[in-house]
Write a protein that binds this ligand. Structure first.
Ligand code: ZN
Length: 264
């Protein structure tokens, strides 16, 4: 068994502000620590099933987590290679399942004060076939592209509910509930404990089926600012739909990710 863990910070227990997610700010250190501990708990549970575990740091600089807080046996992917798989960079057909830790709701959602899609200042909404999607959903689809199912998710409650609705039986741990710019969260140690137990339970229950990908993808990127939209409308195959939205169609989900990589 081989497991891929992708970790973000905007859905870890307690986080409530961008000041806590950015490396330049003092508040960040604590939350980078919490991101490490939550991910290490998932990795520790995974290793009990003698899994090979690869951890992908997927927030900001992709150099957030502290490897020495992890059990021996884990491998890390840090920093960005530039591959369109982005937050899932490193995943391929050799993995049995993937896990996502510290994830957050999509841009425009009220479920997390840090809700965003890729670049928070740039993107108003990302839609595929008319539905507004989160980073978690794009990542679930690129994993499915390689035949890898999502086994476990932790993050804000809104995202957990959304994903449980889409993937029946998915094991999740909700860390927080957003209200406006605030969040109400479980205790950081409770989050770590529940994530360990959740991953263990998910692995005991067995590896789920891979989600079916649509036959074709109609992607729309709606920007906050029209000038950002105009410049990106020159991506090969992209069409300007209105002054703030570009559209792109393909049957290949890797091409969706390549498009997102260049226009988001
Ligand atoms: Zn992030």
């Amino acid at each position: 068994m081989k497991l891929f863990i992708s970790s973000d910070i905007e859905g870890v227990a307690g986080i409530s502000s961008w000041e806590e997610a950015r490396k330049e700010v003092a508040d960040y250190e604590y939350f980078a620590g919490q991101m490490s501990l939550e991910t290490a708990a998932a990795a520790e549970a995974a290793l009990r099933f003698s899994a090979e575990v690869v951890v992908r740091d997927a927030h900001g600089t992709a150099r957030n987590m502290k490897p020495d807080l992890f059990p021996e046996g884990v491998e890390f992917i840090r920093n960005w290679s530039g591959d369109p798989r982005r937050m899932m960079d490193g995943i391929d057909e050799s993995f049995t399942a993937c896990l996502m830790i510290g994830y957050h709701s999509e841009a425009g959602s009220g479920a997390n004060p840090l809700a965003h899609s890729y670049r928070s200042g740039l993107i108003y909404a990302l839609r595929v076939n008319g539905e507004v999607l989160s980073e978690c959903e794009f990542n679930t689809m690129i994993a499915a592209y390689y035949g890898v199912p999502l086994l476990f998710l932790s993050g804000d409650e809104g995202l957990c509910h959304k994903m449980m609705g889409k993937i029946p039986g998915l094991t999740t741990v909700a860390t927080s509930v957003g209200t406006g710019a605030s969040s109400r969260s479980i205790h950081p140690k409770t989050a770590v404990k529940r994530i360990f137990e959740g991953v263990e339970a998910a692995l005991q229950a067995g590896i789920p089926d891979v989600i079916a990908l649509p036959e074709e993808f109609r992607v729309e990127v709606e920007y906050k600012d029209h000038s950002e939209c105009y410049a990106r409308s020159f991506y090969p195959g992209a069409k300007r739909k209105d002054s703030r939205t570009i559209a792109y169609e393909t049957k290949d989900f890797y091409e969706v990710m390549r498009f997102i990589q260049f226009v988001c």
